[in-house]
Design a protein around this ligand. Sequence first.
Ligand SMILES: Cc1ncc(C[n+]2csc(CCOP(=O)(O)OP(=O)(O)O)c2C)c(N)n1
Ligand SMILES: [Mg+2]
Length: 552
Amino acid sequence: MSQAKAPAAKTTPMTTAEATVGALVAHGIDTVYALPGVHNDHLFDALFKASDRIRTVHTRHEQGAAYMALGAALATGKPQVYTVVPGPGLLNSAAALLTAYGMNAPVLGLIGQIAQSAIGRGLGHLHEIRDQAGIIAGLVDFSARIRAPAEAAPLVAAALQAMGSGRHGPAVLECAIDVWSRSAPLPAPAPPAAVPEPALDQEAIGRAVERLSGAKRPLIVVGGGAQDASAEVTALSRLLQAPVLAYRRGRGVLDSRSPFSVTLPLGRELWGEADVVLAVGTRLFQGFTQWGIDPGLAIIRVDADPEEPDRVARPAVALVGDAKPILRGLIEALPAQARPDRGPEMQERQAEMRGRLAKLAPQSAFLEAIRAELPEDGIFVDEVTQIGFASRLLFPVYKPRTFLSPGYQDNLGWGFASALGAQHARPDVPVVAVSGDGGFLFTSNELATAMRHRIALTVIVFNDGAFGNVRRIQEESYGNRLIASDLANPDFVRYAQSFGAEAERARDPQELRAALKRAFARRAIPTLIEVPVGPMPSPWEFIMMPRVRGQR
Ligand SMILES: Cc1ncc(C[n+]2csc(CCOP(=O)(O)OP(=O)(O)O)c2C)c(N)n1
Ligand SMILES: [Mg+2]
């Protein structure tokens, strides 16, 4: 680094906590989602002193703090920070950290620790947990403990750097209760050093271009790693006349209004016909584990994680790095080609697929009501519920980062609290969360957070009095032997009102639309809309689909 250049950098006495907060501010972090406790009192005092530069948003449970950071990270694409006490505080936040890991979301956890000298001795200190560092190391790729004031700023910088390079993802820094308050003369925290863009692998680009320009039926598959390469994916789709398949994390990369934008069921058909697949920031989970591969399919992988391309099957070409510059390289190198216009074919196939998906009419009607009221850049937050499952297949998404879905963890209860974080980080657009009656009560206590911090999101609770998805499986596959799937619920409207939130009941899609119009016009305090529903048709035939190529 450039420390050697300045002969004697001016130093001021600073505690570890002050140096940590200073480093966060220097890196552009403007919010810490938080739940305090004695281990972190010095950190909170430093946050108090810096409150003109960094906001502290406290929640009612540690999972709420971590989910808020996750939702904010997904909505903005920027790193977000949460802080909690060790032991139970860490574990309470762990499901969110796990989900952030699965979604490659840049979430930094600042986790307290017992006194440095007591770590590992089993003395029974408050919130002590055996091998906290080991537990953390199983949850994230980058973790470290700040052991002295001088380590704070470099470790914050290293954590943020790790979170945003290679496969993005969460990181954790621990700090012991007695280290936060230790003081030393330190230089002012420096902003992040500019990281030079790595050179493109022109040889691999050349091979990819050869495959793509020779392809008769190319298919582009996008995941969460393509969210910041929407313009490039859109241009490639046009140049190659290639449909773009997205399921959960890739929705919105190509505008759903394009007939080339497809979800799973039509994507599977196209996978079966494709000669070249260009996979951008996706694990290709359905393709590899359900739909099958064979030698007639050449796969080009674009991925930030160097270990990803070879994980299941060696691709024809692997391009490692951020999607945006790599796709730009492909676009520049692609020869001008007159390709037959696949627009009419795609329109016809979309119409045919809409006919098949009409089986999900009850879900569609509610989703249409939401889409009709949610502005183009409004954010939809999905949950593990009937409307959520259907939204992944048929909710039109117009822009990147406007459809937030929990990825492969499919972690029930993530939605409301993550939506709260999304709305906090994006106060300029309305955020709407859908929840089942089951999932909502996982984090509904955070309505208090929404009131305390005036976060005006809208949550729609679809109330079927059940863990409906579980109940349907018991009905259909277990001879109707219903167990642990019925729910006793509060009156959701009165429940929300008791926090001071706006709340109303909508009995059908028309009433939902009217309620949403009111909620989005108001946007001063949170709104809950309860929608009583009955059982809904199963979406699973459109999600878990059989093989279309290769041998069993
Ligand atoms: C953390 C977690 N626990 C359990 C599950 C299993 N699970 C999947 S769907 C579901 C029921 C969801 O009920 P609800 O939120 O009411 O939605 P509904 O299916 O009724 O629309 C459960 C328990 C899960 N996905 N995640
Ligand atoms: Mg339910």
